[in-house]
Design a protein around this ligand. Structure first.
Ligand code: SF4
Ligand code: SF4
Length: 72
C-alpha cells in the first residue's frame, strides 16, 4: 500500500485483462500487474502514480479508484 496514494481496481466492475487490460497498457509508470484475471496495483509502486488519470480515462467501466490518502 502506498503512503500517499493507493490505486484500487474493483474486480466486480472490471472486465478482466483478457477482455480489456487497457489500464495495464496505458499507465506510464507501470503501476498495474496482471494477477489472475484482473489487474492489480503493485503496492510498492502506488506512490509513483503521477495522477495522470490515463487509466481512469481508459477504463470503460470506471473500475479504478485512485485514493489520495493525503487528502483524507
Ligand atoms: S493515474 Fe496515471 S500513473 Fe496513476 S495509475 Fe493511473 S495511469 Fe498510472
Ligand atoms: S481498464 Fe478497467 S475494465 Fe479494463 S482491465 Fe483495467 S480496470 Fe479492468
Amino acid at each position: 500500500m502506498g503512503e500517499f496514494i493507493t490505486v484500487e481496481v474493483k474486480d466486480a466492475e472490471c472486465a478482466g485483462v483478457k477482455e480489456c487490460g487497457r489500464c495495464v497498457t496505458v499507465c506510464p509508470v507501470n503501476i498495474f500487474v496482471i494477477k489472475g484475471l484482473y489487474p492489480e496495483a503493485i503496492p510498492e509502486k502506488e506512490d509513483e502514480c503521477t495522477l495522470c488519470e490515463l487509466c481512469l480515462q481508459a477504463c470503460p467501466f470506471n473500475a479504478i479508484i485512485i485514493h489520495k490518502l493525503y487528502e483524507d
